[in-house]
Write a protein that binds this ligand. Sequence first.
Ligand code: PA5
Length: 447
Amino acid sequence: MVKVNLGGCDSFIKEADYKAYVEKALEAFDTLENETGAGNDFLGWKHLPSKTLEGTLVQEFEAVRDDWKARGVNAVVVIGIGGSYLGAKCAVEALSHNFAKQLGTGDAPEIIFAGHNLSEEYLCEMMDYLKTRNVATVVISKSGTTTEPAVAFRIVKQYLENCYGKEEAAARIVAVTDAKRGALKSLSTQEGYRTFVIEDSVGGRFSVMSPVGLLPIVLGGFDVRALLEGAKEMEELCAKRCIECNPALQYAAMRNLLYGNGLSTEVLVTYNPKLTFLAEWWKQLFGESEGKDLKGIFPASVTYTTDLHSMGQFVQDGARIMFETVVSVEKSQRSLVIEADPQNLDGLNFLAGKHVEECNAMAELGTRLAHIDGGVPQMQVVVEKVDAYNLGSLFYFFEKACGISAYMLGVNPFNQPGVEAYKKNMFALLGKPGYEEQAAALQQRLK
Ligand code: PA5
């Protein structure tokens, strides 16, 4: 369950302004709930948690997991980019032991990501590693035409076919893509791959609770039902037209008020390195949903206390362009007490008897207060602990808040026209058929 605390904004805003933004948030909420806004054919994500818990999809994912286990698979390459990558990556990072790789992951296969870059070194080094593993792959692309995952999949597919033969390779490939369209769909049909469908009404960055996120999460051995339960609780809470009880409304209202007051950057702060990729997922969700039509809050992120020794200086003392949203975790799931040392040569005996997490909590509180004093408004998004249930809550909370917030800004949250510009240039520069004119124009500019 997610709670929002806006107390750290009090000294930066006027009560009357907040009330006005609450009204705007309620209007945007109505647009989202009544499905009357721009992009309203992309609202399938709103009921994914409850729908998925009622259906049989999770059992179907578990059947893939069990089949691959029987084949001895110990590494699954999950291929995708953007919304077809970040949710699963975030879940794997948040829910894994920090040293899972060194310790060995136990029963579940290791999840390896590819297709989220075009680095030759990354792919070569991944292949070096795959040669030591028993491999299967999940290729994820809604459009089925995105270059980065398509390149990675071609390489992994050829490797699997060379290694295991065509028939066995086909049993080790699952595609997650559109029901009808795209190169990946036709290739899967032709090669006889198992496929899971990304519904038309679910856009990439809102797809973590579809097969896009859930299949890799199941394959990695994580508790997907708990994740969906946490998301479902937020699905219910965030459907309430009530500012006091709906945290998504509170967060959307305040971030737009701060933006209205001239703060153009939001920094998502975490204090647990397991949540670093929550911030990456969040940046994509808000960046692609809101940054358009020359509008938008620039989403940035830091992991404290690590980044207090780098970005902390700027946040405390640099240009006043930002507010912070701190993801606060109430409980550590491990326990480590700092012992007294009779010699006290390091002068740390004042910490004796305290848990390390108490030091982390005081660093968080001290930083929040210092940043408020430095002119940085603070919101807090609070969860009890870092587990599947709370991660599901966070996913749904941020998705709902993003929909409301983007409508408040007056943009369509569900398109991403700006992403096409680099693709066109890249295709032209790589000589893709159909891009000859653009290629000539670019060559002219590069002379
Ligand atoms: O949120 C989005 O829509 C994008 O980030 C896409 O997920 C990303 O571009 C990958 O697209 P696709 O799944 O079609 O390969």
